[in-house]
Design a protein around this ligand. Structure first.
Ligand SMILES: NC(=O)c1ccc[n+]([C@@H]2O[C@H](COP(=O)([O-])OP(=O)(O)OC[C@H]3O[C@@H](n4cnc5c(N)ncnc54)[C@H](O)[C@@H]3O)[C@@H](O)[C@H]2O)c1
Ligand SMILES: [Fe+2]
Length: 399
């Protein structure tokens, strides 16, 4: 993609790669197929990576029973914290070696799925986890890996991306490589129905952000555009329903698909400035990933809009915030208002309200956060590529 003098974006002939899992099962109840799927991937001893919530709710053991009834041995590993760390991954690799596992299944939100991806590749490599940080740094394929999301969500089930916190350097490491792509994903929206409203809101705005950033990224292409717009349309029509009516199957199913389409879009295009800036917030203040994005989305959109007016206007119309009778200028301004109003409806606080620190304390950490944001590479894909000073300014405004 390239920008013209009006700040709109034109398709230019670039070589765009598209990766997705070879097998994707979707639909209510589809996770009951796990046993058959594990056998198809020749798994006979499976480490099921999940978190404490899914163990305590008895959901993880239901999947172990499913596997065992298909004659597949399985054990649970659940020492995964939200926004998983290198220590979580190392413990998972040890559990994997102790079991002599020949396949991994992750059950949960983006945290157990990302951790599972890195456990699966680490089992095939020596050396520290940070060797995988960055783009295309995984030398060879790991164990067969199946992802079953229970949030809607990160879309991690269909991405070649994993995000793991490096506890020594206090940064969230972004890893992108084809070998991190799950061999199979099962998107069963019924698993997401237990999400409480605040979690639904946080992960749902993450989903919408994936669609928006994939569509305005410099790396957007003709394969990712339809998926990004589908993610945006489904999120705009269903996120508030899923938030207000948690038992709505229609809204939950649509958000599960939105997350999946958003994942396919951003992993083959790119995320941009919102994600670049949200990772340092997660690393330093341990704010959940979706919430860190949500608090930044309106301000980052305001900053970026003049770099891709036509594209932001199309997002605005796709979300039903404006019509074809509005100019691109009007439509894109209505998008900012719409995103602010959505945050109010979903009771997303301002950044300062989430952090429980004074503005003075916040200001002290901004230099490192802005440097880490730029170093992640994501801001380089933004319609307007920010300077460090501009990133600091956006953090201040979002506070
Ligand atoms: N790999 C990718 O492509 C990608 C994309 C975006 C985000 N991420 C990463 O994903 C992580 C965030 O994942 P997340 O937002 O899905 O949250 P999460 O996995 O951290 O889960 C958040 C909380 O929700 C609970 N939970 C999970 N499913 C539930 C359900 N059905 N009902 C009730 N509670 C449930 C969990 O137990 C946990 O307490 C971050 O580390 C982020 O960096 C990865
Ligand atoms: Fe995200």
């Amino acid at each position: 993609m390239s920008g013209n003098k009006d700040g709109n974006m034109n398709h230019t002939p670039i070589a765009a790669t598209f990766n997705c899992p070879p097998i994707l099962l979707s639909g209510g109840g589809s996770s009951n197929e796990l046993g058959n799927l594990a056998k198809r991937l020749r798994g006979s001893r499976i480490l099921l990576i999940t978190d404490k919530f899914l163990v305590n709710k008895g959901i993880a053991s239901r999947f172990v029973d499913l596997l065992r009834s298909a004659d597949v041995d399985a054990e649970i590993f659940s020492d995964i914290q939200p926004d998983p760390t290198d220590a979580n991954v190392r413990a998972g690799v040890e559990a994997c070696r102790n079991l002599n596992a020949d396949a991994i299944v992750s059950l949960g939100g983006g945290s157990p799925i990302d951790a599972g991806k890195v456990v699966a590749v680490s089992a095939a490599h020596e050396g520290p986890i940070r060797q995988f940080q960055g783009y295309h740094q995984v030398p060879k394929k790991g164990l067969p890996f199946i992802a079953i999301p229970t949030t809607a969500g990160t879309g991690s089930e269909v991405t070649k991306v994993a995000v793991i916190t490096d506890t020594e350097r206090n940064i969230k490491m972004m890893m992108l490589d084809e070998y991190l792509m799950p061999d199979a994903a099962i998107v069963d929206y019924e698993l997401s129905m237990s999400m409480p409203p605040a979690l639904t809101a946080n992960v749902g705005v993450d989903t919408l952000t994936h669609g928006i950033e994939a569509f305005v990224s410099h790396k957007a292409n003709l394969m990712t555009d339809p998926l990004a717009l589908s993610c945006i349309r489904l999120s705009a029509s269903n996120l508030e329903s899923a938030y207000h009516k948690p038992n709505s199957r229609e809204a939950r199913e649509a958000m599960a698909m939105a997350a999946c389409h958003g994942g396919l879009a951003f992993a083959n295009s790119s995320v941009c400035l919102v994600h670049g800036m949200s990772r340092p917030i997660g690393a330093v203040y341990h704010l959940p990933h979706g919430l860190s994005n949500a608090v930044l989305l309106p301000e980052v959109t305001r900053f970026s809009i003049h770099g891709a007016r036509a594209r932001y206007a199309q997002i605005s119309r796709t979300m039903g915030l404006s019509t074809e009778y509005h100019s691109d200028e009007e439509a894109s301004e209505l998008l900012i208002k719409g995103l602010e109003s959505q945050n109010n409806t979903l009771k997303i606080p301002k950044l300062g309200e989430c952090l429980n620190i004074t503005k003075k304390e916040f200001l002290k950490g901004l230099d490192k956060m802005a440097t880490d944001a730029l170093d992640s590479g994501s801001p380089a894909n933004n319609p307007v590529v920010p300077t460090k000073a501009e990133i600091i300014e956006i953090y201040k405004r979002a506070f």
